[in-house]
Design a protein around this ligand. Structure first.
Ligand SMILES: CC(C)[C@H](C(=O)O)[C@@H](O)C(=O)O
Ligand code: SF4
Length: 458
């Protein structure tokens, strides 16, 4: 019987297998940030162990950094960042600190450096590690004790998840993005729909996505409860990687591409679960509730709880969100717009937002936060920052920013945002803050009108 892509990559990395035990997997790349690594390094120190493969370990500062640079005033945040610096210096781990040209959100910098490659196993103490699966590897988030295990041994014990295929046929209509697609998928299968599975996104619409779009889709796999998301590598992947600092070159490149081409699910491979979606039926999609599965097409209205899968949860969500069933989503007023995060903080996302904002004015507080300092530099080389500033938006330094309230970029209680991030949980962007997840295009159009809006409405 044929094998799925996930099975191929997994089998390639098993260093020990025993009946009734998790497989011991070799890890090709370990990404680190300040929030989930301190205790892991403490554990190593106490055991008197070094980092096994500092050359396969890379760290950045992202969650706690202020995007208007200056000292970190919050004590917990400052301690986490200082601790990361000390740990990386002591254990010989490459770190991209605040102020460094390579600094950025952990899931943006891996691909940008060409560290993230097809067929790899990639882990990080962070749930959105699934982003890296866009290159055709197995990438997933791990807990702090697992971070310690990987630091010490470059391996990880793990049970092999089941496999799920999400087949996206047809073509996304104009104005409909990868973000709309993944929000629609999560609202269809639910926040638990992918549980216990590695999802492989397949089909014509996926093949047509850019690497940035593929990363947006894989990023949010975790919001559907999946262990990981992945997309088989193809010419789009190779083109993106070619020439990046850590991509192979010369004869090594040719050999790598030859291997990478084998990283596809076999024709006769059998998935445990299959979900089918027709891309042509999709329209811009927004969330109305307090989990990423509570979403609807922008052209519809806030649903009645009794018309949803879980009426009690929907009623609670509407209460928290301050929304009334039946209100057209286009009538929902927003006071803050955030474009950024590891979901939508890449150059393509900023270009899309700039295209909408060019020659227009924002009426909301609007934060445009590049996912990495390299994205910032590239955006500035194209003059995108001038477009944002002329429109009245704030142009910031790289970091997680308003994706979550671990730094000064937060919503005040009762404030409502249109946000290109990936989680709309209660208090996610600040205590009492209300979040609508949207694409960069919808975020930018919303900034112009002050209500949830698609560019086509302008
Ligand atoms: C802080 C970190 C552990 C967390 C995660 O695991 O995803 C964060 O990045 C998030 O997006 O909620
Ligand atoms: S940008 Fe948001 S989702 Fe991504 S790592 Fe940072 S906090 Fe997590």
């Amino acid at each position: 019987m044929g094998r799925t892509l996930a099975e191929k990559v997994w089998e390639q990395h098993v260093v020990r297998r025993a009946e009734g035990e998790p497989d011991l997997l070799y890890i090709d790349l370990h990404l680190i940030h300040e929030v989930t690594s301190p205790q892991a390094f403490d554990g190593l120190r106490m055991a008197g162990r070094p980092v096994r493969r500092p050359d396969l370990t890379i760290a950045t500062e992202d969650h706690n950094v202020p995007t208007v640079r200056g000292p970190i005033n919050d004590l917990v945040s400052r301690t986490q960042v200082e601790t990361l610096r000390k740990n990386c210096a002591e254990f010989g781990v490459r770190l991209h600190p605040m102020g460094d040209a390579g600094q950025g959100v952990v899931h943006i910098i891996g691909p940008q450096f060409g560290l993230t490659q097809p067929g790899m196993t990639i882990v990080c103490g962070d749930s959105h590690t699934s982003t890296h699966g866009a290159f055709g590897g197995i990438a997933f988030g791990i807990g702090t004790s697992e971070v310690e295990h990987v630091l010490a041994t470059q391996t990880l014990p793990a049970y092999r998840p089941k496999t799920m295929a999400i087949e996206v046929s047809g073509e996304l209509p104009p104005g409909v993005t990868a973000k709309d697609l993944i929000l629609a998928i999560i609202s269809k299968i639910g926040t638990g729909g992918g549980q216990g599975h590695i999802v492989e996104y397949r089909g014509e619409a996926i093949r047509k996505l850019s690497m940035e779009g593929r990363m947006t889709v894989c990023n949010m796999s975790i919001e559907a409860g999946a262990r990981a998301g992945m997309i088989a590598p193809d010419e789009t992947t190779f083109e993106y990687l070619k020439g990046r600092p850590h991509a192979p070159s010369g004869a090594d490149w040719d050999a790598a591409v030859e291997y990478w081409r084998s990283l596809v699910s076999d024709e006769d491979a059998v998935f445990d679960t299959v979900v089918e979606i027709d891309a042509a039926t999709l329209t811009p999609f927004v969330t109305w509730g307090t989990n990423p599965g509570q979403g609807a097409p922008l052209g519809t209205s806030v649903p009645r709880p009794e018309d949803t899968e879980d009426p009690a949860a929907a009623a609670r969500a509407l209460e928290y969100m301050g929304l009334t069933a039946g209100t057209p989503l286009r009538e929902v007023k927003v006071d803050t717009v955030f474009v950024g995060s590891c979901t939508n903080g890449r150059l393509e996302d900023l270009r899309a937002a700039a295209e909408v904002l060019r020659g227009r004015q924002v009426v909301t507080r609007t934060l445009i936060v590049p996912g990495s300092m390299l994205v910032k530099l590239q955006a500035e080389q194209e003059g995108l920052h001038e477009v944002f500033k002329a429109a009245g938006a704030e142009w910031r330094e790289a970091g997680c920013s308003m994706c979550l309230g671990m730094n000064p970029d937060t919503l005040a209680p009762g404030e409502r945002s249109a946000s290109t991030s990936n989680r709309n949980f209660e208090g996610r962007q600040g205590k009492g803050g209300r979040t609508h997840l949207v694409s960069p295009q919808v975020a930018a159009a919303t900034a112009v009108t002050g209500k949830l809006t698609a560019p086509a409405d302008l």
